[in-house]
Design a protein. Structure first.
Length: 286
């Protein structure tokens, strides 16, 4: 057999084999894995490449080495799931770098972090002042997680006592000018609705790069022609604005009528509508 044919066959076989091995080993990203994960993946890749290009002439020896790294990686992963002590031994433990607002210099030395390294990692977490940080920990993956001091945290609707509507995944209904029927079905819509929305915006389907519908039925589109400015549909805001108008009209009718019975009816209806608006506000206004 010619050498190039042998290398081609080896490469194809190893490609499939390594693909299966990586899938079995899990979905962890290299950038978020531990040094052990990085080392295992790298050595498996190197051994596979050496076998593929015939550097390892004895293919059986090569597959034995490949199998050892693969099986031992799975074994260590399994043992780490069963034992916290074993997990810490193999993958390492997290290290506290800032505690109660104070930098732990000794821990910085243990992980070989300089002051510049610490400040850079803090900036990557949007913490530009050390004085704003209550707690910072370096995970075994090398990623830093930061907890800001209570008075430095961004204000959330929960802090203000406001209710917000639950959010679900937006569905991409148009991609590269093509309608995604399955996505439309997922949000209970159809092509007729989509075409009507596009016609209302004065947009042709073939000019739409991406179209998405959120859980509230708002359609967002991005065009191939970026020079065209389009007002995006705001269905929820329009509904709330209509409710506000109706409530304001009821109040006006109550003030203008001379009939006491009609006045009471308008006032009751306006009050009911106001209570309904208060309940719907978190869902209709972002």
């Amino acid at each position: 057999m010619k050498l190039w044919i042998e290398i081609l066959l080896r490469s194809l076989a190893l490609f499939v084999l390594v693909f299966v091995m990586v899938r079995i080993m899990g979905k962890k990203q290299i950038t978020k894995g531990t040094p052990f994960h990085f080392t295992s993946y790298s050595i498996i890749a190197i051994i596979s490449a050496l076998i593929s290009v015939n550097v390892v002439t004895n293919i059986y020896i090569g597959f034995i080495a490949l199998g050892v790294w693969f099986l031992f990686s799975l074994l260590l992963e399994y043992l780490s799931l069963k034992s916290k002590m074993f997990h810490d031994l193999i993958y390492g433990k997290e290290t506290i770098l800032i505690k109660q607002g104070k930098v732990m210099e000794e821990n910085l030395k243990d992980v070989r972090f300089t002051g510049e390294d610490l400040l850079r990692e803090l900036r990557s977490k949007n913490a530009f002042n050390v004085s704003d940080v209550e707690f910072a920990v370096l995970e075994s993956t090398g990623e830093m997680n930061v907890l800001l001091k209570p008075d430095k945290k961004p204000v959330t609707p929960h802090d203000l006592g406001e209710k917000v509507a639950p959010q679900s995944e937006s569905q991409t209904v148009i991609l590269d000018g093509n309608i995604m029927d399955k996505s439309l079905t997922n949000v209970g819509l159809n092509r007729n609705w989509l075409i009507t929305q596009l016609n209302g915006m004065g947009v042709s389907l073939d000019n739409v790069f991406i179209g998405q519908v959120d859980s509230s039925g708002d359609l967002y589109i991005d065009l191939f022609d970026d020079s065209i400015q389009l007002p995006q549909a705001k269905l929820k805001e329009q509904v709330y604005a209509n409710l506000e108008k109706c409530q304001a009209d009821l109040v006006t009718y109550a003030l203008e009528t001379k009939n006491d019975k009609a006045k009471d009816m308008y006032e009751r209806d306006a009050d009911k509508l106001q209570r309904l608006m208060n309940k719907l506000k978190p869902y209709l206004l972002k």
